[in-house]
Design a protein around this ligand. Sequence first.
Ligand SMILES: [Zn+2]
Length: 460
Amino acid sequence: MTHSPVESVAGAASDGLVAALDATVARARGSALYRERLAGVRIRSLADLRALPLTTRADLQAAGTHGTRALPLAEVCHYGESSGTSGASNSTWLTAEDFRRDADAIRAAHPDVFAPGRVILNRFPFMAAPAHLIQLVAQRGGGVAIPAGNINWDVPFPRALELARRTGAHVLAGLPLEPVVLGELARAQGIDPARVGLDTLFLGGAPVPPAFQRCLARVWGARVIELYGSTETMLLGTSCSAGTLHPETALACCEVLPLDGSDEGRLVVTTIGVEGSPLVRFDTGDVVRVTSACACGDPRPGLVVLGRAPDAVEIAGRRLYPYDLIDAAAGAADVLDSSVFFIVILPGRVLVRIETRASGAGDATAALRARLPGVPVEVEPVEPGMLLDVEMLSRSPHVYKPVVLADWRRPGRRILTVGEGMIEWPRPTWAEGRRWLRRTLRTAARRRRLGRDLARGADG
Ligand SMILES: [Zn+2]
């Protein structure tokens, strides 16, 4: 007997699930997006759900800013939108209860990580929902949150590292690149990241495949937990102690629509735990693989999130997702005792640039080949600072509380404009400037060489 995609992830179609889906459809009709589309629809079985059309990102965009909102503004407390790399953005409206459900689910899944007295350095960008979830997790008894969102000039990376050390933070919550940057910064200051004291890295917003997780775990001497969700769907799941991402089946009903000839499929989500902007059969665009029988004993299936379908790369007759590429590159970087790498897809080959201090160490190319069989690969070791310029990061601007008054008779800054009062850019020293120029010129030269190869390839 074959299991339908819905059941493979959502579990047996319990009466509770069907009722919850019916309630979602009823709620969704409150929005302009679904008013006509779901008129008269009732869900009495999973087959009823599967009969409904998919909701695409384009549908959300066409619905406009207020189109997804199913409740009066007076019942909403939060507006969010996805920062679409394509420039397009989707709008989401959320209630206080929407946030509470997700925060409680995170706390319930990780009672040892989020507990009273646990200090959480919250580096999620302010506009992303996880930033607010982490604050709420703390407010509801999950610890002490430090709102230190990155992509925010008032908490540059050096200050974030200093905050973690000074407060004795246990948890770092943020994007997967955050511990990479903070780790390099710590090393540049002569600090072993493993001695900073963080025991958990709570990472979301981009794929964190196993090799990348192992690398970060080793560098920081910490456990890595993957957080999965999206602006549109909110929380979809977190990874367990065995490293499996289990979907939060009480918050969202997940379907996996199989892709032709593979065990992978597109993840389609019907929200159960969202009142503000409910979604029915939303095509997340993410390609996932479903796993079963997790060692942690959780009966729920597991999801391996491979990345967005449009982000997949076709090369040497294979389709590679960001997950595959990042996993392979992190594995190769690990061989060179590094976690700083950058992947460039070129015609006919994958180039992985890796910062390394190790010379003559393990064979990173062999490691890369083993992980991407049949794909032409090239490893380019570069010296520290070439991919992640820690010196420049350390010279972030100083951001002040804005003023419109300055007393020049007192010691201190002699401000003459509003702009100077808000932000001050550090002046590089002569040596810093020279090093920066050298790195910039070498990167420009590399770019020119690769560009010439690309042009030649296009001609021939
Ligand atoms: Zn598990």
